[in-house]
Design a binder for this molecule. Structure first.
Ligand code: NAD
Ligand code: UDX
Length: 464
């Protein structure tokens, strides 16, 4: 079977970029991305392609090429489902905030709503693809809903988790390390569905890099990959604290261990803590799944990755307060960067949110600058924590339009996101504009200690 018409439910950080690349590379396939969020769809359709809702290097160019040709964004979910022969589900699967599994399990209500809607609307056979990250065995629940509430048409369920990282989504999608497709390998119809999706990716990905497995392995591999990646960051961050008290330097340690080909050099960058919408959510989900099978040692092992990450954020804020003579009350602290990593406007679970919250608890005056994050988003992130009233957040925090403006008259600078532009700031003139002693806390190991100390900064970097 050849796929001609794709629908993707969910026009977020995964659905948008993934479908844009499929459309770019497969001109004969019509791709419609749908969402219930009208504002988001309107932004994807903005005549000025720079206004699309997600900032990713290279993405606006891909959208400009394919949009209106074979890439469409719409709020008419039913129509797109009906027309499609393959439907990707790419909706959010956040951590549950209520009921059983609160704070740990993935909330699957959006997934179930999609399944029920597909079942209600579909009048022809469909291949339904799990693109969202899901607990192992979710496909079973999907199949149950589709088969029991549908109009008698056939559904094949595939798992095709997405491994893109934000900030590099376009290059990750253009050249994926692997594409993973899980399906029913035991039936002819299952194998055909798998091959239909393989053929979509084969437009630009070599067959050797397209891996096919059973559905459960595919679902579990996604959680596992994120757990392994996050575990490396927590491992190196744990050792960064040991470096600080022993005179070892985490950068040197990372390099030394990373040159061991069995360990490898990537994902060994010490930081103020990992953020992003995936790592914490997916590990908590893994911990919950392990617990639900009674595997308590397995659950505890992975939970430690989160405990370490929370510690890293907290100790960075504590170090700042301690260094500033144990009080930041009324002091101006500049925070450079609010996004959870460079080259994205996404702030979900960003370490900046938590560090700012700790500093605000100490009554600091926090001034934030981020090249891509709006004031509205920064305030929304703080309000969401619910630590203090919205009015208080608005009195204590200020958002400005440049790094220089943030640092003016500041007692200390906290460098939170590794934006390239922060490397080449005029640190001499920033130093001149700050109160003395001028403290600089590098949460990303972005800056050169020697240069900054020569300027006159009291310099602290994670891990040395
Ligand atoms: P997102 O919140 O950016 O986007 C999800 C979109 O789905 C939202 O715009 C929402 O309005 C829409 N939606 C929800 N329910 C809907 C419904 N019933 N009908 C139509 N639209 C609906 O989320 P995201 O970051 O794109 O993540 C989506 C999934 O992909 C999650 O499971 C996530 O774990 C996974 N994932 C994310 C990343 C990443 O880097 N963000 C990477 C890999 C996998
Ligand atoms: C992650 C996975 O990498 C990706 O495969 C998956 O599809 C989604 O989740 P993402 O969260 O977008 O991607 O970004 P990633 O590059 O993994 O960074 C996550 C966090 O870890 C960021 O806050 C980043 O700054 C931090 N990090 C990463 C470190 O602190 N040190 C490192 O060495 C690497």
């Amino acid at each position: 079977m050849k796929v001609k018409n794709i629908c993707c439910i969910g026009a977020g950080y995964v659905g948008g970029p993934t479908m844009a690349i499929i459309a770019q590379k497969s001109p004969e396939i019509t791709v419609t991305v749908v969402d219930i969020n009208e504002q988001r769809i309107a932004a994807w359709n903005d005549p000025d392609v720079e206004q699309i809702p997600i900032y990713e290097p290279g993405l606006s160019e891909v959208v400009a090429e394919a949009r209106g040709r074979n890439l469409f964004f719409s709020t008419d979910v039913d129509a797109a489902i009906d027309a499609a022969d393959m439907i990707f589900i790419s909706v959010n699967t956040p951590t549950k905030t209520y009921g059983m599994g609160k704070g740990m399990a993935a909330d699957l209500k959006y997934i179930e709503l999609c399944a029920r809607q597909i079942a209600r609307v579909a009048t022809t056979d469909k291949i339904v693809v799990e693109k969202s990250t899901l607990p192992v065995r979710t496909a079973e629940a999907l199949k149950n809903i589709l088969d029991n509430t549908g109009n008698g048409v056939n559904f094949q369920i595939l798992s095709n988790p997405e491994f893109l990282a934000e900030g590099t989504a376009v290059s990750d999608l253009h050249k994926p390390d692997r594409v993973l497709i899980g399906g029913d390998l035991d039936t002819e119809a299952g194998r055909e569905a798998i091959q239909a999706l393989v053929a979509v990716y084969a437009h630009w990905v070599t067959k050797d890099n397209i891996l096919t497995t059973n559905v459960w392995s595919s679902e579990l591999s996604k959680l596992t990959a994120n757990a392994f990646l996050a575990q490396r960051v927590s491992s190196i961050n744990a050792l960064s604290e040991l470096c600080e008290v022993t005179g070892a330097d985490i950068q040197e340690v990372s390099k030394a261990i990373g040159m061991d080909s069995r360990i490898g050099p990537k994902f060994l960058q010490a930081s103020v803590g990992f953020g992003g919408s995936c790592f914490q959510k997916d590990i908590l989900n893994l911990v919950y799944i392990a617990k639900s099978f009674g595997l308590h040692e397995v659950a505890d092992y992975w939970e430690q990755v989160i405990i370490m990450n929370d510690h890293q954020k907290r100790r960075f804020a504590a170090k700042l307060v301690k260094t500033l003579y144990n009080t930041v009350s009324g002091k101006r602290i500049a925070m450079l960067g609010w996004a959870f990593k460079k080259d994205t406007n996404d702030t979900r679970e960003s370490a900046s949110i938590y560090v700012a919250d700790y500093l605000l608890n100490e009554q600091a005056m926090v001034v934030v600058y981020d090249p891509k994050v709006t004031q509205e988003q920064i305030l929304a992130d703080l309000d969401y924590l619910g630590t203090r009233s919205e009015a208080e957040n608005r009195t204590l925090i200020k958002v400005v339009n440049s790094a220089e403006a943030a640092c003016e008259q500041a007692h200390a600078v906290a460098l939170m996101t590794e934006w390239d532009a922060f490397k080449s700031l005029d640190w001499n003139s920033i130093y001149d504009q700050m109160l003395k002693p001028a403290f600089l806390f590098d949460g990303r190991r972005l800056l050169d200690r020697k240069v900054l100390e020569e300027i006159g900064f009291d310099f602290y970097a994670i891990g040395s």
